[in-house]
Design a protein around this ligand. Sequence first.
Ligand code: ADP
Length: 274
Amino acid sequence: MVKLTKLIDNNCLVAPGEKSQLSKRATVADDILPDRQAANEATKENTKAIDALQDALWAEHHRALLVILQGIDTSGKDGTVRGVFNRCGPLGVCVTPFGRPTDEELAHDFLWRIHKAAPKKGVIGVFNRSQYEDVLVVRVRGLAPADVVEQRYEQINAFEKHLHDNGTRVLKFMLNISRDEQRERLQQRLDDPSKNWKFNAGDLEDRKLWDDYAKAYETVLDRCSTEHAPWRVVPADRKWQRNAIIAATVRKTLEDMAPSYPKPDWNPSDFKIT
Ligand code: ADP
């Protein structure tokens, strides 16, 4: 487990202050996780451990964990939520998807809706898309002036530092799939009737902007991987590798946080239940 998380970090972590070189990063992880069955078994173990650690985090009621999932359409954000947090009960995990902002949200600063959804003490919060959309889709589609987008990178870094300094650990995963894999996944949404509902013609428009999104993601990784909230680029063409990498990292992070059950300030043996 420790060996695996070291390997993951050697391969996936974006060192703060360094160039992320996104185009050179792998979309498969055969060198880290060559065996599907072993990887699935590790994921099963890790999700069980995450559930137990979450229980202690809730009992401790002192700190929180925020897991941010970003990636282009079909990169597997929903699948990750299912594959990694499926064992945790609904009490301690709160998943928030971020779609197009409402009028009310647009009437506030871009972090308003994000901060409101940040996990409270004791909870694991999972963001399916996040504040990063405001420097990704907004930049690529020109939804805000360039100088407004430009100042957001530092604002995001300051916001995440604020969360960190107030007891919320921030984990950020960019799900990295290849263009070919995206084509296959989109095609499946057309071919498989049970997946038709996921198909959105707008995704084809975004696919045409693949290179622009890649550039926008690279800027995010270059500028917003910090000591307190580093980015990990997860090879995500194979779903079982993606889940194994994220489950191991979440477990390791919770173990490092080491939540503990609070000790009562009374003696259990003083009570007798009749
Ligand atoms: P998903 O594709 O994540 O399954 P949706 O189909 O609801 O979910 O898509 C969400 C859409 O909302 C995406 O196209 C995303 O780019 C867009 N979106 C998210 N945040 C913003 C934002 N701040 N500004 C504009 N569009 C956004």
